[in-house]
Design a protein around this ligand. Structure first.
Ligand SMILES: Nc1ccn([C@@H]2O[C@H](COP(=O)(O)OP(=O)(O)OP(=O)(O)O)[C@@H](O)[C@H]2O)c(=O)n1
Length: 399
């Protein structure tokens, strides 16, 4: 097959392919960008694979960065763009965060495509738009199938995260996992416990961003992958409820982690520990905790204006969606009334500064100042005190 027209992102990168070819090597567009373009989806990253070794690439281009040179990847800077160019390779085992343990550079495109995870990701496109399809990836794209390249077991032994990728692609693309590939996931789910939590975390969150996240998540549970993830052992029944909940669009990490934590019935320190186990960032952990608190408050028909404020007055829609997910009814009118009455929209609007606090209380600068600021902010938001220098200064003295 030949693409009717190369997508714009490929066209911009054509001079790179040409320069590599002029030096006597092969170069192709590969991976997710090819898959997404054929599916008519927007392209994210343009990946280029080549028969040239990294040092040979560095001799061809003036401006390069050794991104992952041991693993064959060199970034080439051209005009305002940067491109990751990776030497054809075979590999085994990814025990660390992102890179395979052992890589062997090869000169054959087919060998490179052979080591890739799924047939739909094992397509390459040359400078004329000719698609190299050694493993029937085009047919699988047409039939909406996620199918491992070659023997599925081997692909999952090389990198167990690919089992999560299968479930994630299924959710993102609304595809089906092919029979043997699916069986191999069920048989090898335990291999997931060997993978760095950061990698599992990344895939887990991406799984929820797809249109059909509930199908993806249901398969993640059904195929036993959840049993090998942090804190999910023996929790399938609770998690299943999430897979059967109402359909909402999950569009940020806080939503995902709050939804999962809430399904498990976690709050306070337990929720915090769960999120730490999954290596969720401090910022998102804080957001999840205030979001979860709001959900619980709504469940008990309470509306805490400070929680609404903390979450960011504009971000109540996230909580609304989560309430819909868990069938919690919320009184929008009441919330809007409360939001309208919040006298400040952010902490910078406080009529007192950290320096004022130091002067008034005659204390040294330090983290305590931030705590005082938060207490004053809370007092203003909950209308315990008015936002004037005089009132805030007096309130500070009785804190
Ligand atoms: N565990 C992995 C990760 C990646 N790949 C191969 O490397 C390509 C690029 O990987 P990556 O950018 O991580 O994923 P994409 O397939 O591009 O998809 P997405 O960006 O949505 O993750 C994939 O298409 C696939 O051919 C693989 O075989 N095994």
């Amino acid at each position: 097959m030949q693409l009717k027209q190369l997508p714009e992102d490929f066209q911009t990168a054509l001079p790179i392919l040409k320069m590599i070819e002029d030096a006597g090597f092969e170069a192709y567009f590969v991976g997710g960008s090819v898959r997404d373009h054929i599916l008519g989806l927007p392209i994210h990253d343009v990946d280029i694979a080549t028969s040239a070794y990294p040092e040979e690439i560095k001799n061809i281009f003036k401006r390069t960065i050794d991104t992952g040179i041991k693993h064959g990847t060199v970034t080439v800077l051209m005009n305002d763009n940067s491109y990751e160019i990776t030497t054809f390779r075979t590999e085994s085992g990814y025990q660390d965060f992102r890179r395979p343990d052992k890589v062997t550079f090869v000169r054959s495109l087919t060998d490179d495509l052979k080591r890739r995870d799924f047939t739909i990701n094992a397509l390459a496109v040359d400078h004329n738009g000719n698609v190299v399809d050694k493993f029937d990836g085009l047919a699988d794209l047409k039939n909406h199938l996620i199918k491992a390249v070659g023997v599925a077991e081997e692909r999952f032994h090389e990198d167990a995260l690919r089992m999560m990728r299968a479930v994630r692609f299924q959710a993102q693309l609304d595809f089906t996992i092919e029979g043997k590939t699916e069986q191999a996931i069920a048989d090898n789910a335990h291999l997931l416990s060997k993978i760095a939590v950061e990698r599992v975390h990344e895939e887990f969150v991406k799984m929820f961003y797809g249109q059909a996240w509930k199908t993806g998540f249901a398969d993640f549970l059904r195929l036993g992958l959840s049993e090998y993830c942090p804190d999910f052992q023996g929790q399938t029944a609770k998690l299943k409820k999430l897979a059967q909940a109402k359909n909402i669009v999950m569009n940020d990490e806080t939503m995902v982690w709050t939804a999962v934590g809430f399904s498990l019935g976690l709050s306070g320190e337990e929720l915090n520990q769960f999120l730490r186990d999954w290596k969720v960032s401090n910022k998102i952990r804080e957001d999840c905790q205030s979001t979860e608190k709001m959900l619980r408050d709504f469940q008990h028909k309470e509306i805490d204006v400070w929680q609404i404020y903390l979450l960011g007055v504009k971000n109540v829609s996230r909580v609304e969606s989560l309430c819909e997910l868990f069938d919690i009814t919320i009184d929008n009118k009441k919330i809007n009334e409360k939001v309208a009455k919040i006298p400040i929209k952010d902490s910078h609007a406080l009529k007192i500064t950290g320096k004022d606090i130091i002067d008034i209380l005659k204390i040294k600068p330090g983290p305590k100042i931030g705590e005082y600021m938060t207490s004053l902010e809370k007092a203003v938001v909950t209308q315990t005190v008015t936002n004037s220098y005089q009132d805030l200064a007096s309130y500070l003295l009785i804190l």
